[in-house]
Design a binder for this molecule. Structure first.
Ligand code: FES
Length: 167
């Protein structure tokens, strides 16, 4: 892992914060370390009518690696189609930071999970039809922590927030 790039991303993260006009949002938590990442995505239509990620932002209550991966990942996915973004795994999303050490691989996977949750079918309209209201969760990350699904001091499951009642 490139420690210098990690430090740069942590000191000056890109695209950090909620996105008021997001089209989709995804959240995951990690039960082992208690960290959590939320990602907001705004779409635009590509030249051939495909759904393109116009921009993405994130919030991270997690370790520095998760924050750095989310920073570089949100930079990388801007301008990519949803299909291209879904083809990226944690290694792809953290590539600018170099290979993550084994103990930090889950940090990148959490960012990948938040992105996949945001891009999942239940948070965005079908590419073929734009009718209907988009279901965008506007609650903040801290709201999620105070929800019954994430009891204080308890374990957090790696699941999209909407599936959290399975715990
Ligand atoms: Fe859990 Fe990094 S230690 S996300």
């Amino acid at each position: 892992m490139d420690e210098k790039k990690l430090e740069e991303a942590v000191a000056n993260p890109s695209n950090q914060g909620e996105m008021a006009d997001a089209d989709a949002v995804g959240t995951v938590g990690n039960p082992d370390c208690g960290d959590m990442v939320r990602m907001w995505v705004k779409f635009r239509e590509g030249e051939e009518g495909e759904k393109v990620i116009d921009r993405a932002t994130f919030q991270s209550f997690g370790c520095q690696t998760a924050l750095a991966v989310a920073s570089v990942a949100t930079e990388m996915i801007a301008g990519r189609t949803v299909t291209e973004a879904l083809a990226m795994n944690a290694g792809d999303l953290s590539k600018p930071l170099g290979a993550l050490p084994p103990m930090k691989i889950h940090c990148g996977q959490m960012v990948e999970g938040a992105l996949r949750d945001a891009l999942s079918a239940d948070t965005l309209p079908s590419p073929a039809s734009e009718e209907g209201e988009k279901e965008v969760r506007k609650d903040s990350l801290s709201d999620s922590f105070s929800s019954p699904a994430f009891p204080a001091g308890g374990q957090i499951r790696i699941v999209p927030v909407e599936d959290s009642q399975e715990s």
